[in-house]
Design a protein around this ligand. Structure first.
Ligand SMILES: *Cc1c(COP(=O)(O)O)cnc(C)c1O
Length: 407
C-alpha cells in the first residue's frame, strides 16, 4: 500500500502545473497554418504578452526553451567579441554566461555567491571602471531558480545610470514572469527573456524575447536568420512570426493561459504568489527553529515568490524528495547547482497554484520530516495557515480599519 495514488503535484520550479483548460485547448487536430483562426490567435497573443511583461515594447517568439531565449537575446544585440557583464546569483546566471561564451562573447562575471542578491553598488563600481564602455550589456537574472534569490532590477538600472554607462540592461525572467512583480518599462529593462513552462502555465516549447527601441537600434552581427528578432516581432507575413511552421498547439495553449491571466489581472497574480510564498516561508521558518532545515535566503525581501530553495543537510534533501514522491505523490525540486546537491531541495510555487495545493505540499513535507526522523520545529502548518489566510478575520478587520483611517 502507498498513499501516493491520486492526483500528483509536480512542485518543481518548472515545468509547472499545466491547467486542464490549457491542456484541453491543445487537444485538437492541426490547424491550417496559412490563414484563419491560427493567424488571429497569434496576433492576439502579443498585446497580452506585453501586459504580462508590463511593456509597450516588442516581443519575438521562438519555438524553444529558456536556453533558446538566452541565445536569441544575445545574438540580436551583440557582435563577436563584445564584452557582457553577467551578475551571478546562482546556476542560471552561469548558464546565461556559458551561452554567451558559446557565441564567442567576452564574458565578465560578477559573482554574488549563492545566498546574496546582486549588490548594485558593486555593479556601479565595475561599470565606472569601464571608462571605454567596452561592456555592451549587463545580464541580470531576476529570480535565479537554483538559489531562489530575487534581485532588485530597478536598483541595477539605477546603478547603470549612476555610472553613466550605455550598456543595455538584459533580464532573465524565465522563473519570475507571471509570479514575481516585474515591470519591464517602468524598471528600465531593455531586453527581457522568458519561456512558456513556468509562470505562463503552458508546456515547454515557447521562448520569448522582449525588447525596446534602444535594444532594437543595437544591431549585432551574431543574429543569423533563424534567431533574428526583426521579422518575428514585426512580421509582414504570418510565417515570419515563427520563421516557418507555427507552434500550432502551443498557440492554443498559451492563448488559454493568457486568458486566465488576463481574467485574474497582473496585480492579483502577484498578490496570490506573494501570499502563497509567505505560507511556504512561514512553514520553513517554523521547521528551522530546531533542526537542520534552513531557507537559502535569509532576507524576505530578497526571496522569490515563485520558488523556494531550502537547505536540509547531506542526503536529507534526496531522502525527503523520494519520500514525498513515492509515499505522497508530491514531486519536489532537486538541489540544482548546490554542493552536495542532496543537501538541498526546492519547492516550485509558480503559476497555476492555489492555497490548497501549497498547504497540501507543506503538510506532505511535514509528514516526510516525521517519517524520516528529520528534526524540525513545531507549528509549521499553523504558521502557513495563518500566512495563507492573511491572518484571522479579526486581524484582517483591524488591518482594514487602519487602512481606512490612515488612507
Ligand atoms: C528554467 C530557467 C531557465 C532555463 O530554461 P530552459 O527552458 O530549461 O532552457 C533559465 N533561466 C531561469 C531563471 C530559469 O528558471
Amino acid at each position: 500500500m502507498s498513499p501516493s495514488h491520486g492526483r500528483s503535484y509536480l512542485a518543481i520550479p518548472g515545468p509547472s502545473v499545466i491547467p486542464e483548460a490549457v491542456l484541453q485547448a491543445m487537444h485538437r487536430p492541426s490547424p491550417n497554418i496559412y490563414e484563419g483562426e491560427l493567424v488571429d490567435l497569434t496576433d492576439s497573443l502579443i498585446p497580452d504578452l506585453r501586459t504580462v511583461a508590463q511593456t509597450k515594447g516588442h516581443v519575438a517568439m521562438y519555438m524553444g526553451n529558456g536556453h533558446a531565449a538566452w541565445e536569441a537575446s544575445l545574438a540580436n544585440v551583440c557582435s563577436r567579441g563584445d564584452r557582457v557583464l553577467v551578475l551571478a546569483t546562482g546556476r542560471f546566471g552561469h548558464g546565461w554566461a556559458e551561452m554567451a561564451e558559446g557565441l564567442a562573447l567576452d564574458v565578465q562575471i560578477l559573482e554574488f555567491g549563492l545566498e546574496r542578491a546582486v549588490d548594485p553598488a558593486q555593479v556601479e563600481e565595475v561599470l565606472r571602471a569601464d571608462t571605454t564602455h567596452s561592456i555592451k550589456a549587463v545580464l541580470a537574472v531576476h529570480v535565479d531558480t537554483s538559489t531562489s534569490i530575487l534581485s532588485d532590477v530597478p536598483a541595477i538600472r539605477a546603478a547603470i545610470d549612476a555610472a553613466g554607462h550605455p550598456a543595455l540592461l538584459m533580464a532573465d525572467c524565465v522563473a519570475s514572469l507571471g509570479c514575481d512583480r516585474f515591470e519591464m518599462d517602468a524598471w528600465g529593462v531593455d531586453v527581457m527573456i522568458s519561456a512558456s513552462q513556468k509562470g505562463l502555465m503552458t508546456p515547454a516549447g515557447l521562448a520569448f524575447v522582449f525588447f525596446n527601441d534602444r535594444a532594437k537600434a543595437r544591431r549585432g552581427d551574431l543574429a543569423t536568420r533563424y534567431w533574428d528578432w526583426s521579422l518575428r516581432a514585426e512580421p509582414d507575413a504570418f510565417y515570419q512570426y515563427w520563421c516557418g511552421t507555427a507552434a500550432t498547439h502551443h498557440i492554443y495553449g498559451l492563448r488559454t493561459a493568457l486568458d486566465m491571466m488576463m481574467d485574474e489581472g497582473m496585480p492579483a497574480i502577484w498578490a496570490r504568489h506573494e501570499r502563497l510564498a509567505q505560507a511556504v516561508w512561514s512553514a520553513c521558518e517554523a521547521w528551522g527553529a530546531t533542526g537542520p532545515l534552513k531557507l537559502n535566503v535569509a532576507d524576505r525581501a530578497l526571496r522569490s515568490r515563485a520558488v523556494t530553495a531550502i537547505g536540509i543537510g547531506p542526503g536529507q534533501g534526496d531522502a525527503l524528495r523520494h519520500w514525498c514522491e513515492h509515499e505522497a505523490g508530491l514531486t519536489l525540486g532537486i538541489g540544482l547547482g548546490r554542493t552536495p546537491p542532496d543537501a538541498f531541495f526546492r519547492i516550485g510555487h509558480m503559476g497555476y497554484v492555489n492555497a490548497q495545493m501549497i498547504l497540501g505540499c507543506l503538510a506532505t513535507i511535514q509528514a516526510g520530516l516525521v517519517a524520516l526522523d528529520i528534526p524540525h520545529g513545531q507549528g509549521a502548518i499553523d504558521a502557513a495557515a495563518r500566512a495563507v489566510t492573511g491572518g484571522s478575520v479579526a486581524a484582517q478587520a483591524a488591518d482594514a480599519d487602519i487602512q481606512r483611517r490612515c488612507g
